[in-house]
Ligand binder design. Sequence first.
Ligand code: PEP
Length: 253
Amino acid sequence: MRPKVIAGNWKMNKDADESVELINGLITRSGEIPNGVTVILCPPFTSLAIAQRLLDGGPMALGGQNMHYEDEGAFTGEISAGMLKSVGCTFVIIGHSERRQIFGETNDAINKKVKKALSAGLRPIICVGETLEERERGVTEQVINVQLKGALQDVSENEVSRAIIAYEPVWAIGTGKNATPEQAADVHNYIRKIIGQFYSWATAERIIIQYGGSVKPENARSLLATDGIDGALVGGACLKPDSFMEIVMAAGS
Ligand code: PEP
């Protein structure tokens, strides 16, 4: 039985004071987190240190939204895996579609980040997903296949078990139009099959596959109750304590 994992991707939202307010709101309700549900907060880099202090000793984990694959050096504006760890991160989102589309992140760069995250002891949340045009062209599986193969090149079976895959159809992100549980389950089953082919069925059975794309309190229960959907990567709905906690609670029911 795989645990459910709910991650909140704050994106470029919440300054330091707003972050404190949101985290305190979540801490107030953290006693309601169901057993067996892992909750990860991914605030902007500027709020990680204060988040670490506020979350210390509590049940919620911390993650970065991105990282560079080098350890240090002349990479203005970048953050390393070691820096994320130094402020308490245990997870990092890698290859979000906004990184791929707006910042031109390639499968090759994503692969380097995944390998660095794993070797540094961080658990990568690897995002994959097709655009609307690709879905309508009927090439969703090919797109996912290329993204997964690219991200997992030279990642060992031992290491890949620590990774989380987030299926995030680009057409569902921030649009209010979520994939149906059936649409999501089809792609999750495909991802699990691919992991089984790359590695083994035992590893495929173990790996956590989240769904992301307009997850809200109203649709969380049906998505999270679907076989093969092991959690959610949440954008807009994670910016308010109540809506995020309702999704967390839906993961436990
Ligand atoms: C995301 O950015 O990962 C995401 C899923 O956003 P939203 O929930 O707002 O669609």
